[in-house]
Every structure is written in structure tokens, then in C-alpha cells.
Design a protein around this ligand. Structure first.
Ligand code: KG4
Ligand code: ZN
Length: 339
């Protein structure tokens, strides 16, 4: 009987479903993004997100099963995102996962969303080997972790206020760009000219591995208010914002490698899709003899594959449960999870 894990991700505004088979790899995955629906409101509306997950999960499960030619009786476990994220949205994935698993008599496993991101570069080839340093940069988190194995995570540093993705999103909003702001800001920055505006690099030289991005947002607000609103000026500002965020991330990631004495860096989370961050990290880590690993672009932002994969690894550690009682954890510190 093949060990096939169904993964369900529903923590925010993306419904991600995937099937992962131990020993074979990813069989199929599908994603539905609610971006267009939330764009109208300038950010995620939690209640709308939950209701849309209800509509999407089952059809997407059918879709991946048909793509992979896998039938219900071949699925051996169901992994779902248990947290952190939006409570209602998480509950949709958790309740469908547990009721389907109950009907099939198979185990479930609740996965920490960031563990999914953290392990997602292992889906690529070549994959990093433990131990490595992970730079987790998503819409809600900015953390540097030391990863010694599945479940063996040590926090090296994190943001004291806004996340890097939030800094992208909030700056984009100030520049009149839509949601999500990161990709929109990066696109506008490509038209910008270097060196016209200087923005702060908060905590770059703090001597530790923590971050702070809220001061940057204030600086952008002041700059936008003082400047013309023409397309070129906005592009020049976007350029400076992206430079500032990427500079700080690259500087601290390199410092984390020096601090731990490791030479593999894994980048995970939505901001990991940023091309400037990728080239800057590859250059800066490469120059000290290190190597940077990125998940495939489609697995940088939220997706079901990382949840199916993390679930498969956790199930291999006998962590599946068959009691079908579940609770979601909208706030959940990665350091609290059981190795
Ligand atoms: O990991 P993710 O999809 O969702 C969370 O778990 O938060 O990350 C979403 C974040 C958003 O802040 C989005 O603006 C940012 O990732 N992002 C980017 C890019 N693509 C997504 N930021 C900068 N450049 C990008 N290309
Ligand atoms: Zn995420």
C-alpha cells in the first residue's frame, strides 16, 4: 500500500491541495487564489476567505485525485494547516480534513504553516541537507531559524514589529498599488532609478539577528507625502523600498550563516519569490562559499504541496492521530511544536 498523504492548506487567502507519496514525491497539486476577491477591499477579509475555502476545498481535492489517478482508498493520511492563520479559514481545512479522514478511517496530522514553508525547499532538486539556516519571509513572519532536522528548529532572530512581506504590502498601499503589494511593488521598482531616495535600514547593524520594519513604513509614508505623484517618482520610491528591505534581509541572513558556522541558506515564504532578494542572497552568500536554496516559485507563496510534504515527514515520525478531535491555532509559535 503506497503511503500517500493528502495536504490541505487554508490558512489565509489561498486554497492549496496536494498529494505527496513517500519515495515518489509530489503526485499532483492545485491552488485557488482569492486575490481578486480581496483586491477590491485592499486586504484579506477573513469572513469572505472562510466562505470561499468552503467552496474550493472539495472540488480541488477531486481535481488533484483525478490528476494523480489516485482513488480515496489509496490515501493513507490527511495533513492540514492547523495554524497560524485566520481562525475561520483554518477551521474549514481542519474540519474537512478530519471528517474525510474519519470516513476513511485514516490518520490526520495538523501542520504548522511555517514548518510547511521551512521544509518546502526540500521539494526541489538539489535539496539542502540538514543542518541549514532558513530565512522565513512571509506576509506575517520574518524569522531566521537554524534547522537541524524535521521538528528541530531553533529561532536565531525575528522581526520585532512588521514582517518583511508586510513592509512590502504597506509600502505598496502607500504608493497606491493593489493587494498583494509585494509583487506589485517589485514590478513598479523595475521601472525605478537607483540612488534617488535613501530609506533607513532598521537594525541592520544591531549586532543581533532581529529585524524591525515599522520605521521603514513611516519613512515611506513621509517620503510619499513629500513627493510628486507621477509614475516615475513612484517607481523611484518603489526601487528604494525594495532595496532597503532586501538589503536588511540579505545582511542578516549572511550574518546568521556566520553566527552558526553553517554554509547552506534556505529561503522560504512569499517574499522568497522576490527576484532582487534572490540575486542579492545568491551573490552575498556565494561570495563566502555558501549556497542558497529556494523553493520553486509556485511553492514560495502559500500552497498545498508544502503541507502534504511536511505531513508525510511527520507521519513518518508516527505523529498521525485517529481521534478526529481538532482545534486550530490562529496564533502559534513555531518554537512550541513537538520535535
Ligand atoms: O507566504 P505567503 O504567501 O503568505 C503568508 O503566509 O503570509 O507570503 C505572502 C507575502 C505577501 O506579503 C506578499 O506581498 C509577499 O509575500 N510577496 C512578495 C513577492 N511575492 C509575494 N514580496 C516581494 N516580492 C515578491 N515577488
Ligand atoms: Zn505562508
Amino acid at each position: 500500500m503506497p503511503l500517500i498523504t493528502l495536504g490541505i492548506e487554508s490558512s489565509c487567502d489561498e486554497t492549496g491541495i496536494a498529494l505527496y507519496q513517500m519515495g515518489r514525491g509530489l503526485l499532483a497539486h492545485a491552488l485557488y487564489t482569492q486575490v481578486a476577491m480581496h483586491n477590491e477591499y485592499g486586504g484579506v477579509v477573513p469572513e469572505l476567505a472562510s466562505r470561499d475555502h468552503v467552496r474550493r476545498v472539495i472540488p480541488l481535492v477531486r481535481q488533484v485525485m483525478s490528476k494523480a489517478a489516485v482513488s480515496l482508498d489509496q490515501i493513507s493520511a490527511i495533513a492540514y494547516t492547523q495554524g497560524p492563520g485566520l481562525g475561520g479559514a483554518l477551521l474549514v481545512g481542519a474540519s474537512i480534513a478530519n471528517s474525510l479522514a474519519y470516513a476513511l478511517g485514516i490518520p490526520t496530522i495538523g501542520i504548522h504553516h511555517l514548518e510547511g514553508h521551512l521544509l518546502s525547499p526540500l521539494l526541489s532538486d538539489p535539496a539542502p541537507e540538514f543542518p541549514f539556516v532558513a530565512l522565513l519571509v512571509s506576509g506575517g513572519h520574518t524569522q531566521l531559524m537554524r534547522v537541524d532536522g524535521v521538528g528541530l528548529y531553533t529561532l536565531l532572530g525575528e522581526t520585532l514589529d512588521d514582517a518583511a512581506g508586510e513592509a512590502f504590502d504597506k509600502s505598496a498601499k502607500l504608493l497606491g498599488l493593489g493587494y498583494p503589494g509585494g509583487p506589485a511593488l517589485a514590478k513598479l521598482a523595475a521601472l525605478g532609478r537607483p540612488g534617488l531616495y535613501k530609506l533607513p535600514r532598521p537594525m541592520q547593524h544591531s549586532g543581533n539577528l532581529d529585524f524591525s520594519f515599522s520605521g521603514l513604513k513611516t519613512a515611506v509614508l513621509t517620503l510619499v507625502k513629500q513627493s510628486d505623484n507621477d509614475e516615475q517618482t513612484r517607481a523611484d520610491i518603489a526601487y528604494a523600498v525594495q532595496e532597503a528591505i532586501v538589503d536588511v534581509l540579505a545582511h542578516k541572513a549572511r550574518a546568521a550563516l556566520t553566527h552558526t558556522g553553517l554554509n547552506q541558506l534556505v529561503v522560504a515564504g512569499g517574499v522568497g519569490a522576490n527576484q532582487l532578494l534572490r540575486s542579492r542572497l545568491t551573490e552575498s552568500v556565494g561570495s563566502r562559499g555558501g549556497k542558497v536554496f529556494y523553493p520553486a516559485l509556485e511553492f514560495c507563496t502559500d500552497n498545498g504541496a508544502m503541507i502534504a510534504f511536511a505531513g508525510a515527514l511527520r507521519l513518518a515520525q508516527q505523529q498521525g492521530r485517529k481521534d478526529y478531535r481538532f482545534n486550530v491555532k490562529p496564533r502559534w509559535n513555531l518554537a512550541e511544536i513537538v520535535p
